[in-house]
Design a protein. Sequence first.
Length: 95
Amino acid sequence: MLMAPVAMVKITNVDDFTYHSVSTAYAKLLGYTPIEMMNKDFGWASVIHKDDHFKFDIISKLTKENGKAPSTGETKAPFNTWKLKKKDGKVVYVE
């Protein structure tokens, strides 16, 4: 199993799930720069693979209801593993 570097993001706008900050490791993992990912037109939903959009819909609903995103410790599998789309179209799994 390939282990990726720690990747951190902070999403602060719960209305459109845009990034507030993005680590270089996370951006590099997906083939973007942090600046590209913090652009107002770039949101979390744009990197989620279509197979995982149901998770995004559930997390979005919980976040809007509670005013904050559930932490990893509060969610159960399969919500801790995400299938993401890289800029080049390839797929990567993150946990």
